[in-house]
Design a protein around this ligand. Sequence first.
Ligand code: NAD
Length: 522
Amino acid sequence: MAIVEQEVAPHAHNGAAAVNGAAGADISVENPATGGIAGSVPDLDAAAVAKMAKRARAAQPQWEAFGFEGRARILSRAQKWLIDNAERVIATIVSETGKTYEDAEFAEIAYAANAFGFWAKNAPEYLADERVKSAAVMLKGKKLILRYRPLGLVGVIGPWNYPLTNSFGDCIPALAAGNSVILKPSEVTPLTSLLLAEGLRECGLPDGVFQVATGRGPTGAALIEHVDMIMFTGSTRTGRKVAAAAAERLIPCSLELGGKDPMIVLSDADLERAANIAVYYSMQNAGQTCISIERVYVEAPVYDEFIGKVTEKMRKLRVGAPKGPGSVDVGAITFPPQMDTISEHVTDAVDKGARVLVGGKKVENVSGRFYEPTLLVDVDHTMKIMTEETFGPTLPIMKIADAEEGVRLANESPYGLGASVFTRDTERGEQIARRLEAGAANVNDALVNYTALELPMGGAKASGLGSRHGAGGIRKYCSQQAIVITPKLALKREVHMFPYKARTTRMISRLFKVLYGRGKRD
Ligand code: NAD
């Protein structure tokens, strides 16, 4: 398969312009693997976003009235549409990210296809009315209901590393809950979102329920001004701005931010498996995954053997422009400034005494943007490569004395997205996992928690606020409403009401003593 560039360009532009109306100057979308142009989209201004929000609000009640079944029908059609159009979607993702065919298929198509079905099936259960029993004396005989109601209009802002999974993916539960959604994809990778909007239209989604607001940061900022909730995925730096803007408007926000995921390898680990996982989950998507393995800590007795295995595996990786399935292992660096960050972190480490065992520099004399898979040893926490998010194909490995040191160093980070520990003693592994300050911790694996849509996925510390997936991953797109129903044969006047009488008050005081005044029961 050759990289599709021109094919997606007219689509994207026409789709966006037709849907959105007024647009500012165009944004040209680059193909990072070839240096060519993959397409162009409008850079929408605040007025265009306001217009989209109006359309979205007008469309939402009808969508909510579809009910779970009606919405599930559309989402199930979209699941099939995605598989039927997988080659076209993969070509679009590859054209704007420069990632490999497999990175697009395994981590994007597979995710979204699963998510369409998951939310269609589980939304009714996660958002079903709950009958609640209360201990409150005044509520005896009444019907108490907790109800989830869609917020109305949800804004989703996404990053460039996973245009389908991390931009569009968060729209699926918001739609399943009955909201209208406006997605502001990254200006670096907007084409996939536009293609998915086209797919949803083909599947019968009513006009205005899902729209794509292409543009840069200011378009995202404008979106926050109009929505009832903002779901943001991106850097911690921008996440803070988004949280502040949401606070000004008193709307909820959910933030999925940066990470510096540690991996701990203990002496009794299956070293072959640990080495394969270290290499795969640090290099997959060229290391541009929020939950990539970014740093490794290995117990001294197995350090040399582990380094030997990783070195051998990393030397075999093929890096370059993807030309269909199986053509390369490591794709391009999608976002130009990311190349500077990667180079800066490697240079800083080497300046401070690190040794490069594999790679260590940009791939020269190619039209695309690539960085060599890079293995670093003799690293420590004075180096950026061990403390700041690198977001590239780098694997720094540090020797540790024991598990305690591993846990301490793993937790010595402002981030807390994912983490992993490798040991044949899974009970001990679980105990260590529980001590890691991360939203997700894997024992003898990494990243796979992300594929369990039943489990919450969210960052601790500066890695985020709230979570996606699981019941919380759809309830966040709803407000909770408490409904209390008093039966028709109720007292005409409740005992506590006017006029106050000393006798009644004493009776109520006695009741309180019986209910609450007996102290702790053993
Ligand atoms: P970024 O923060 O630069 O941009 C993210 C989005 O925010 C873009 O669409 C951008 O246009 C928009 N934006 C910029 N300024 C804005 C503003 N003031 N108001 C509203 N929107 C604004 O992030 P990026 O470089 O695109 O993505 C890489 C980062 O995303 C990495 O840190 C990575 O770890 C993180 N990420 C996290 C997860 C997760 O699930 N935790 C997943 C993927 C990526």
